[in-house]
Design a protein around this ligand. Structure first.
Ligand SMILES: NC(=O)c1ccc[n+]([C@@H]2O[C@H](COP(=O)([O-])OP(=O)(O)OC[C@H]3O[C@@H](n4cnc5c(N)ncnc54)[C@H](OP(=O)(O)O)[C@@H]3O)[C@@H](O)[C@H]2O)c1
Length: 310
């Protein structure tokens, strides 16, 4: 099968076309013919070698851990999906991803694609959906009327975070450059703060939850906008537990947990609920290097998606 993979770490040029065998499936796995793959910042963090030594990757390594497609084969113990079923799936991060014609995934990381979603929309969902859902609902204990600050509102994470928080009855502030303000108000944000010209601390005080996607100075300043008992959740940088304790808040760094129940919940929110999928652009799989370069600029509005068929 055609696949784009890396054998060394580095610039986008290390992504090369390979002719690799179609993956063999285990008894609890599913073979998916991939329609679309979501490109995440994580993909190019791995490509640059930033996870080297932390995760044991097979080489050549196929990147891209969010996919949509059609089930072509199931293992003998698979009960969750059937052959021919359109699905949305994610993959364990130490396994080959979706920049390929086919991917083999465990049945616990694959769910039926709702008919209301296109394959492109479905490929935007899994990892960001799981991460944001777990950050806001499980760690953030989000409830009706909470005041929530979401950094990086116009990114793939932020767009889901704003919609999820609003759907639960929260008051939502977010940060973005000015070109995204109208769009973010359109998806429900109550206040949009221009991180280039304003300090979010001037607008946001005594909030219940902060979801940080930026780390560094943004994370550092976020401790000061929470009320006592508030929750700071970063999905980008390590938190200072001691400082959080001194301020009477909870602070967590969270990492995506591949949990099928949560995946079903999130996919259903998109398929049958009020959440809408937004993608910035679709690149042919053959232009995956360009997709990486664009993602690395850090200003995509929503997800970047690959079309694996071209
Ligand atoms: N821990 C985990 O398990 C996990 C899971 C998923 C994602 N993440 C991480 O979460 C982060 C966000 O992911 P993503 O998919 O949303 O990324 P993304 O889609 O690439 O984010 C792009 C967006 O970031 C905004 N942005 C850039 N600099 C900003 C700043 N200083 N303040 C506020 N917004 C800024 C841009 O808006 P403007 O154009 O308006 O600047 C752009 O719309 C990434 O670092 C990713 O690696 C972690």
């Amino acid at each position: 099968m055609r696949a784009f993979a890396i054998e060394t770490y580095g610039e986008p040029e290390v992504l090369k076309a390979y002719d690799l065998p179609i993956p063999e499936i285990q008894e609890d796995e599913v073979l998916i013919e991939v329609e679309n793959t979501g490109v995440s910042p994580y993909d190019w963090h791995v490509r640059r070698g930033e996870q080297e030594g932390k995760i044991d990757y097979p080489m050549p390594l196929i990147l891209g851990w969010d996919v949509s497609g059609v089930v072509r084969k199931i293992g003998s113990k698979v009960t969750n999906v059937t052959e021919g079923m359109p699905v949305v799936a994610t993959q364990k991060l130490n396994k080959n991803g979706g920049y390929a014609e086919f991917i083999a995934v465990n049945q616990n990381t694959v769910v039926k694609k709702p008919e209301s979603l296109s394959f492109e929309e479905a490929a935007t969902i899994p990892i960001n959906g799981l991460t944001v859902y777990q950050a806001l609902i499980k760690y953030g204990k989000l409830s009706h009327g909470d005041k929530v600050l979401i950094h990086g509102g116009a990114g793939a994470v932020g767009i889901f975070g704003i919609q999820l928080a609003k759907s639960k009855g929260a008051y939502v502030a977010t940060t973005a450059s000015s070109r995204n303000h109208e769009f973010l108000k359109g998806i429900g944000a109550d206040i949009v703060i221009d991180y280039n010209t304003e300090n979010f601390e001037d607008e946001v005080k005594d909030f219940d939850i902060v979801l940080d996607t930026q780390a560094g100075d943004t994370l550092e300043r976020s401790y000061y906008v929470l009320r006592k008992g508030g929750r700071l959740i970063s999905i980008r940088g390590q938190v200072d537990k001691e400082k959080a304790k001194n301020k009477g808040i909870e602070a967590y760094f969270t990492w995506t947990e591949l949990n099928r129940e949560d995946l079903i919940e999130v996919v259903n929110l998109y398929g049958y609920g009020e959440i809408k999928a937004y993608f910035d652009s679709i690149f042919p799989l053959t232009l995956v290097k360009e997709a990486h370069r664009f993602s690395e600029l850090g200003h995509a509005r929503g997800k970047i998606v690959l079309n694996n068929k071209i």
